[in-house]
Design a protein around this ligand. Structure first.
Ligand SMILES: O=C(O)CCC(=O)C(=O)O
Length: 269
């Protein structure tokens, strides 16, 4: 169930209003592997999120010795994770009617589980985010997870908005890229069209599947490119026990469904 809105801000930020997902957006996600979600969050919501993220400790500050995300050693982004488990504002956004309506319609599910959130702050003059699939990095036994990537600042093309290889979710799991560009391991991917990566306004979002190959160009500007990702899984997804900086902390029993734990909110009808 979508959690009841708790603050006056929910109303002001439009979190109680459904997001009007179109047939075209659903088709784009299912057929092309991604979709644009303009105006998902209001400016007011984004304005509240940005300073909270900037003031919180990043993943590296909290767990400097942990393994990192895709691409590794040279993580091109600063990540603030678990915000929705640390700050009620983020929890409210992630479980709001606005996000719930978008996630369930896009996934074609009645109910889904919200399981992870993480920021992607690409510093001024920061390097590109290499192309990768998220699937291999997560302790999920099945596909069907979406990431809703929200722009928290207005981004020009030279700041590195998220981009995708069109239709690449149909490739199946291609494994860890081990810090290398997945395009070197699978040269045939170079024939796929690069989509997304266009200027985007704060509050606009894009959604992709766990198997969609995605990345971002470098930030060739002097301002930080800030984005925030929310991940939603199918309610029948089972925890595999594979180590992951976010999921390790929950000490879940491997081989059991995430839904049983009570640690991840159900959202939807
Ligand atoms: O924003 C980026 O640079 C990468 C984002 C990403 O990989 C994700 O949200 O899954």
């Amino acid at each position: 169930m979508a959690e009841e809105p708790k603050t006056e801000e929910s109303q002001q930020w439009g979190l109680n209003d459904e997001y009007p997902v179109t047939e075209e957006q659903v088709a784009s996600l299912h057929e092309q592997g991604w979709a644009a979600l303009p105006n998902l969050l209001s400016r007011e919501a984004v304005d509240a999120m940005l300073p909270r993220l900037s003031a919180s400790r990043s993943r590296d500050q909290k767990r400097p010795d942990e393994h990192r995300g895709p691409g590794d050693d040279h993580n091109p982004n600063i990540n603030h994770d678990e915000m929705a488990w640390r700050d009620p504002v983020f929890r409210e956004i992630a479980t709001s009617r606005r996000l719930a309506s978008a996630a369930t319609r896009l996934m074609k599910q009645e109910t889904v589980l919200f399981v992870e959130d993480v920021s992607f702050f690409k510093p001024a003059r920061g390097r590109q985010s290499g192309y990768h699939q998220d699937f291999s990095y997560w302790p999920f036994d099945r596909k069907g997870t979406i990431t809703v990537w929200v722009a928290l600042v207005d981004m020009s093309e030279d700041m590195g908005p998220l981009r995708y290889l069109e239709g690449s979710h149909l490739e199946g799991p291609l494994g860890f890229d081990d810090g290398n560009n997945i395009l070197d391991a699978y040269p045939h991917l170079q024939n796929r069209k690069i989509v997304g990566g266009k200027p985007i306004s704060a509050g606009d979002a894009q959604v992709h599947w766990d198997l969609t190959i995605h990345g971002a160009g470098p930030n060739n500007t002097d301002t930080v490119r800030a984005a925030y990702s929310l991940r939603y899984i199918r309610t029948d997804t089972i925890y595999t026990g594979m180590s992951h900086p976010h999921f390790d902390a929950f000490q879940l029993p491997s081989g059991r469904p995430f839904a049983e734990s009570g640690l991840f909110p159900f959202i939807g009808a």
